[in-house]
Design a protein around this ligand. Structure first.
Ligand SMILES: Cc1cc2nc3c(=O)[nH]c(=O)nc-3n(C[C@H](O)[C@H](O)[C@H](O)COP(=O)(O)OP(=O)(O)OC[C@H]3O[C@@H](n4cnc5c(N)ncnc54)[C@H](O)[C@@H]3O)c2cc1C
Length: 579
């Protein structure tokens, strides 16, 4: 026996960017023959195939294990018949049971017609070749060319991206799918209950923690949280500088716009987001009223474009990184992150937006992520194909979601407490809803409860006009029922209105400036400046703001102009413009 000569594909840290080439596997126990056959195969096929070698049938089986595990496809086996231990035919028997489409060629030193006949019958041998095969251009390549071209004609490459094997209705599975969707990472979901590929993955990598996330390089993560996924995907979570001109908390439309303008105008700029860039807009299936996109654009596309634009100008983006505290250490402002680390910055923009109100009915907590979803229209749309989907809410986000789901679901019921759609929704959405035959609008409708065993099964509703209560089968309920500002983490360090929205500029002067948020300077706060000098707010989180993508973008851009004014007043040197 010769030492191991197999070159099974090695695991790498980074996912491959192109699908791996199909494999030609040569098996021969004679090292000289193996070297020669691999050399010839490489000469003719290395541009399209990966040529692997194994010095025994046993070793070749281990190569097959590695290929199988990584989802790589063998196209052709070129196997010596006479090997110690397992013969070529016995190896092929095992190999074709696992890779039935691969072509099979037996190499024999003598005219072993018996073995060849056995092989033709037992393993449906495609060809047998006599050694030596010189010249290969005449005796080897024409045969293999034919076999490979047959194989290629029927070949459908396996999906090479991220696979998620888990329960279709599970809060953890939903969280993983949502994170990948919002970060623009394509994946394939495999239902552990019904999909043979999922069962195979889970049999090979048994775990109690679902979902199992399989990466293209053959590595796996059981039930990963956002931080583990971010690390695996190579997302940046650590700041590169000790100090920034501007730190932006929240990378929704307001924060991203500020990032683009600040970085393009030369400020050292750090964007931090607790989740994924894009914010609420990132969850929108189609934004139809944003200037310059007459056909609309998805929130995911808007976010992706804005992130690359900000990056092009040099803004740094960290996510998922949650900011949990803000304090002043004059002249710097200090942000504390959830892991306890701190960011020092001259100015801060608060653009943390809003988060959905929770549905306050019995069963809502129990079924969150398992039938009841907040937002998540784009993440869950493929799960809803042919189902009946309920959408709760009467504002634009609910209307947009209803139109989006109507493309996938058999029926969409829009549950609205008000007595008209027009009272809460833009005209273009109301018209579109009325034009969509599988959307059923139920006005004056209140949700009473959600119920089910392992997953959501029923929704209880009350008609406010008649008082009639009904219970209907329900597997998918999406709520869009207003939002509250994400300012809890600020405590009382900046001044907010009674609902928790951050007060800025002129709104501060009319508010009671009680300690500890007393305004300390002679000048009045700038237009978007909060009660802490040098800390600004923009977008949905700001009191009195218009809750729209365009206005958030506008405020983000405006905040940067005010940051320049603040810095100039403090004697900071201007930065070179990069745009
Ligand atoms: C489904 C849906 C559809 C919509 N469709 C439209 C539309 O068609 N047209 C339109 O004009 N508007 C639409 N809107 C409204 C629009 O999306 C918002 O007005 C806009 O996204 C607000 O932007 P923002 O940057 O202020 O905040 P957000 O978009 O809310 O972004 C805030 C960001 O801050 C992050 N964050 C929060 N707290 C922290 C923290 N402590 N640390 C770090 N990061 C934090 C969040 O993760 C989030 O990414 C829609 C909203 C929704 C929900």
């Amino acid at each position: 026996m010769t030492p191991a000569a197999a070159s099974a594909p090695a695991a790498t840290d980074a996912p491959p960017t192109t699908p791996p080439k199909p494999v030609i596997l040569a098996v021969d126990d004679d090292p000289q023959v193996l070297r020669a056959v691999r050399r010839d195969l490489r000469t003719a096929y290395a541009d399209r195939y990966r040529v692997l070698g194994a010095a025994s049938a046993e070793e070749a089986l281990r190569v097959l294990d590695a290929l199988d595990e990584r989802g790589h496809d063998p196209a052709l086996f070129l196997v010596d018949q006479r090997m110690p231990g397992m013969t070529g035919v016995d190896f092929l028997l095992e190999a074709v049971s696992r890779f039935p489409d691969a072509r099979r060629v037996l190499l024999t030193a003598y005219a072993e017609t018996d073995a060849a006949i056995t092989a033709i019958n037992k393993v449906r041998l495609d060809y047998y070749l006599m050694k030596p095969w010189d010249p290969p251009a005449e005796r080897l390549f024409p045969v293999l060319d034919d076999l490979l071209s047959d194989w290629l004609a029927a070949y459908r490459p396996a999906y090479q991206g991220i696979r998620i094997a888990g329960h279709a209705v599970s809060a953890r599975t939903h969280a993983v799918r949502d994170f990948l969707t919002r970060n623009g990472q394509p994946f394939r979901f495999l239902d552990a209950a019904t999909d043979p590929e999922a069962r195979k993955l889970l049999a090979e990598h048994p775990t109690d923690e679902l979902p199992l996330v399989a990466f293209p390089d053959g590595t796996f993560l059981p039930a990963p949280g956002n931080a583990a996924l971010a690390a695996r995907l190579g997302l940046s979570t650590t700041a590169s500088r000790p100090h920034y001109d501007l730190a932006i908390v929240g990378a929704g439309p307001a924060g991203l716009a500020a990032g683009v303008y600040a970085a393009s105008e030369g400020l050292t700029t750090l964007l931090l987001d607790a989740d994924s860039p894009g914010g609420q807009a990132g969850t929108s299936s189609l934004i139809e009223n944003y200037l310059g996109f007459p056909a609309g654009l998805s929130g995911g596309d808007l976010a992706r474009r804005a992130v690359s634009q900000a990056g092009r100008f040099g803004a740094e983006l960290l996510h998922p990184v949650e900011v949990v505290r803000l304090r002043s250490a004059d002249p710097a402002r200090i942000l504390t992150l959830a892991d306890g680390s701190e960011i020092s910055t001259e100015t801060v923009l608060l653009s943390t937006g809003v988060s959905y109100n929770r549905l306050d009915v019995p069963g809502a907590d129990r079924f969150e992520g398992e039938g009841l979803y907040y937002g998540a229209a784009t993440t869950e749309s493929s799960s809803c194909v042919s189902h009946h989907v309920f959408i709760i809410g009467g504002a634009n986000s609910a209307g947009q979601a209803a139109i989006h789901f109507a493309r996938y679901a058999a029926k969409v019921s829009l549950l609205v407490r008000a007595d008209s759609l027009e009272s809460g929704m833009s005209r273009y959405l109301v018209d579109e809803i009325h034009r969509t035959p599988n959307i059923d609008v139920r006005l004056n409708t209140h949700v009473l409860a959600l119920d089910g065993d392992d997953r959501l099964e029923h929704i209880a509703l009350r008609d406010a006009l008649t008082g009639a209560e009904t219970v209907e089968p329900a597997r998918f309920v999406f709520t869009f029922i207003g939002a509250r500002p994400r300012t809890g983490w600020l405590g009382d360090i900046v001044r907010c209105d009674g609902h928790g929205f951050v007060l800025t500029g002129p709104d501060l002067s009319s508010a009671d400036m009680a300690p500890p948020a007393t305004w300390p300077l002679d000048r009045a706060p700038l237009l978007l400046e909060t009660s802490m000098p040098g800390v600004f707010a923009a977008g949905d989180v700001r009191a009195q703001s218009i809750k729209r993508v365009a206005s958030s973008v506008g405020e983000g851009a405006m905040a940067v102009a005010l940051v320049h004014r603040y810095r100039a007043a403090n004697g900071a040197p201007p930065r070179p413009n990069r745009s």
